[in-house]
Design a protein around this ligand. Structure first.
Ligand SMILES: Cc1cc2nc3c(=O)[nH]c(=O)nc-3n(C[C@H](O)[C@H](O)[C@H](O)COP(=O)(O)OP(=O)(O)OC[C@H]3O[C@@H](n4cnc5c(N)ncnc54)[C@H](O)[C@@H]3O)c2cc1C
Length: 440
């Protein structure tokens, strides 16, 4: 597999400290070929599992191959913000490029994605430690608070909800104290334990009849009447194919993907459970999931057992040394933002790969050069809801059905290639450096 980062990024090491490892389900048997199936799915995260679940529920034979184990990628190691997002284009940009109606469909899809996860948890009886009533965006400068004030009516219009503005003086009473200049709560979304959600999704897919396999890396895709997937334990032939490998994609599986996706590291640290006294000392007692207005944003939430989760994207290199240096940077940001907890132990630290596209929107659609093959990727670090939703769309598309759920026109446009080919990671270093300067 031709991948973008150092081998360390694709090893078990970056996820070894992940808090959710305790919730990983039982291992599944590796694929044992040769076999054939109606639809093959590559990748056992939210996207692939969601596609498998919907296909199996629709009565379609589906076999999912995961290189490591279910939830091994970003899906089993994220921050658990089940939230709006998935792309990076603003309302004016979307409206200019795709039209006002398409903008409405796009925002409806984001809402539907959150609702889909809530519905799944309820229907399949998945207890995923949910909390938070929507998400809260916190201004890191007075200028950004002014921008939130201006943004409020646009958020209300785009999502058909009533967001609430928090003046700086209101924050303490909300249990949200820190170096913030006010904020805004959008009453859509909730937080969850992603380890429990991904395992619950897999269990539901299997109960519906999907075949899921761990330890089954696809090392080549050959097109014939359908597709033959090569694995170390034999071939799988399939009439149709769903590719759901997101940040863990390879430039050669399939070759069409070459330079069309950009993995980016995201990193999380978690404290030990905080005492009531420690929470009071910092003035943070809220269960709201929150993030700040920086370009290189911090995301954070108080977990149900009073551990505090704090995350940040970035890090151009994925070596043990580079990851350790980035940990130092996050620790410093954490201590600056929550000084009362500067001495509190943070036993958990981990990182993983999210995925960006040059189009700055997710891609959920047909792979042009491969009739019968479809892909869902590039959720721009917000794939808990959107990856799940992409899987649902893919389950329709791969059966030649127009999705009934909102399907934004932007999603169907194949991602353009990034410049610099396999050296494109250099673009990230330049972009994150510039954004970091803007954030000062
Ligand atoms: C630290 C971190 C924090 C995050 N926080 C949030 C958050 O709070 N909210 C949010 O919405 N999103 C968050 N994200 C992003 C979110 O986790 C992802 O967008 C989402 O999980 C993507 O799901 P996926 O199924 O598309 O891909 P993944 O979960 O990454 O799964 C892809 C899978 O494909 C497998 N694979 C790759 N190649 C092959 C092959 N050739 N053969 C077989 N299998 C293969 C990989 O092993 C991997 O398991 C975060 C991500 C990280 C890393």
């Amino acid at each position: 597999m031709r991948r973008l980062y150092e081998a360390h990024a694709y090893s078990d090491a970056p996820r070894a400290g992940c808090l959710w490892n305790a919730d990983a389900g039982p291992p599944r048997a590796a694929f044992d070929g040769p076999q054939s199936t109606e639809v093959a799915v590559i990748g056992g995260g939210f996207t692939g599992l969601s596609a498998a679940l919907h296909l199996a529920e629709a009565g379609t034979e589906v076999t999912l191959l995961e290189a490591k184990h279910i939830g091994w990628g970003a899906s089993g190691r994220n921050g658990g913000f089940c939230c709006l997002g998935g792309g990076m284009l603003s309302n004016p940009q979307l409206a200019r490029r795709f039209g006002q109606d398409a903008l409405a469909v796009y925002r409806a899809a984001e809402k539907a994605a959150v609702a889909l996860v809530a519905e799944r948890l309820a229907r399949h009886g998945i207890d995923a430690d949910t909390h938070s009533d929507g998400e809260t965006l916190l201004a890191h400068t007075p200028r950004h608070m002014a921008a939130l004030r201006r943004e409020l009516p646009h958020v209300a219009e785009a999502y058909g909800v009533t967001p609430v503005l928090h003046e700086p003086a209101d924050l303490a009473a909300l249990g949200i104290s820190g170096p913030f200049h006010g904020g805004m709560t959008i009453p859509l979304g909730f937080a969850l334990n992603p380890g429990k959600y991904v395992v619950g999704l897999a269990t539901a897919a299997e109960a519906a009849g999907a075949r899921l396999h761990d330890a089954s890396p696809v090392t080549a895709i050959t097109r014939n009447n359908g597709f033959t997937l090569t694995t170390p334990t034999g071939p799988l032939t399939a009439k149709r194919l769903v590719l759901a490998t997101n940040g863990y994609s390879s430039d050669d599986i399939p070759g069409w993907l070459r330079a069309r996706y950009m993995p980016l590291q995201s990193n999380i640290l978690v404290t030990r459970p905080l005492t009531e006294g420690e929470l009071a000392a910092q003035g943070w007692t809220s269960r709201q999931m929150a993030y700040d207005t920086r370009n290189l944003l911090h995301y954070f939430r108080l977990l149900p057992d009073n551990r505090f989760l704090f995350g940040m994207r970035g890090g151009s290199f994925a070596t043990p040394g580079a990851n350790a240096r980035f940990r130092g940077r996050i620790e410093a940001d954490f201590e600056a933002m929550f000084p009362a907890w500067a001495e509190v132990e943070r036993p958990n630290f981990w990182s993983g790969l999210v995925c960006l596209s040059r189009n700055r929107t997710p891609f959920v659609g047909a792979i042009p050069e491969m009739p019968g093959a479809f892909a869902g990727l590039a959720f721009h670090g917000n794939g808990v809801a959107m990856g799940s939703y992409a899987g649902r769309l893919l389950a329709d598309l791969v059966r030649d059905r127009q999705p009934e759920a909102p399907y934004p026109a932007a999603f169907a446009i194949p991602p353009r290639r990034f410049p610099l080919g396999r050296h494109r990671r250099a673009l990230l270093a330049v972009a994150t450096g510039a954004l970091s300067l803007l954030d000062r």
